[in-house]
Design a protein around this ligand. Structure first.
Ligand code: AP5
Ligand code: MG
Length: 210
């Protein structure tokens, strides 16, 4: 299954994509995670993307489109994937349509107030990317990844002013994708407000996954 999951910051794209990826046995491809890995590895792409990400701006389309195209060409993505955080602009969606046929698009929606509240409590594993929340999904041992025991971090772009900029970008540049995928008959709206497991159940039900 070739899926896109999109929604505002903190809506649970990464959280739900991890579950879907394990269930469907297809890779979870997160544009944000790829950029963060590139920054950590100090590659040329990481260097170019860093300032945009730190300021809560979108990385330019040409860089992002090429990066995702290269990732989708890898053999593990042939049978399916969950795309998280891409596309974020109409130009990115059109570029994607030129290389693959997407089956379904999940739009997970929450309010801006909820986004701010959730991201304030997010902790992430810098090694395997597992996502936690201090209150809603805490690690078993405080500040330690359940899977690899690494010390959890707060993402650099999870400060209130940067989150507000990211949300503004979302409403301006990414929300028009709703209409784009509605016209293709692929959009499924998912209420992102309930607890994590309930959102997962709604996604599985809507996709017909048992
Ligand atoms: P990216 O990493 O994709 O960040 P984002 O879009 O801001 O989304 P987040 O990762 O913050 O939220 P999420 O929806 O994944 O929520 P999560 O599951 O973690 O992108 C980062 C940056 O990279 C961008 O700003 C941009 O600069 C650049 N970039 C990336 N892609 C790009 C592109 N295509 N084009 C250009 N630039 C690009 O959950 C959040 C928290 O809430 C967690 O703590 C979680 O435990 C908790 N939580 C999740 N679900 C629930 C629930 N149902 N109830 C309670 N808590 C919950
Ligand atoms: Mg994410």
């Amino acid at each position: 299954m070739k899926l896109i999951i999109f929604g505002p910051q903190g809506s649970g794209k990464g959280t739900q994509a991890e579950v879907l990826s394990a269930k469907l046995k297809v890779p979870h491809i997160s544009s944000g995670d790829i950029f963060r890995n590139q920054i950590q590895s100090q590659t040329e792409l990481g260097r170019l993307a860093k300032d945009y990400i730190d300021q809560g701006k979108l990385v330019p389309d040409d860089l992002t489109i090429k990066m995702i195209k290269d990732r989708l060409e890898q053999s593990d993505a042939g049978a399916g994937f969950i795309l998280d955080g891409y596309p974020r602009t109409i130009a990115q969606a059109e570029a994607l349509d030129r290389v693959v046929n997407i089956d379904q698009v999940l739009e997970v929606w929450i309010s801006d107030e909820e986004s701010l509240m959730r991201l304030g409590g997010r902790r992430s594993c810098p090694v395997d990317g597992t996502i936690y929340h201090l209150k809603f999904n805490p690690p078993k041992v405080q500040n330690q990844c359940d899977k690899c025991q690494a010390t959890l971090i707060i993402r650099q772009d999870d400060t209130e002013p940067v989150i507000n900029k990211r949300l503004a970008q979302y409403h301006q540049q990414t929300e028009p994708l709703k209409k784009y995928y509605q016209l293709q008959g692929k959009l499924m709206a998912i209420d992102g407000r309930p607890p994590i497991a309930d959102v997962t159940t709604e996604i599985f039900n809507k996709l017909g996954i048992i």
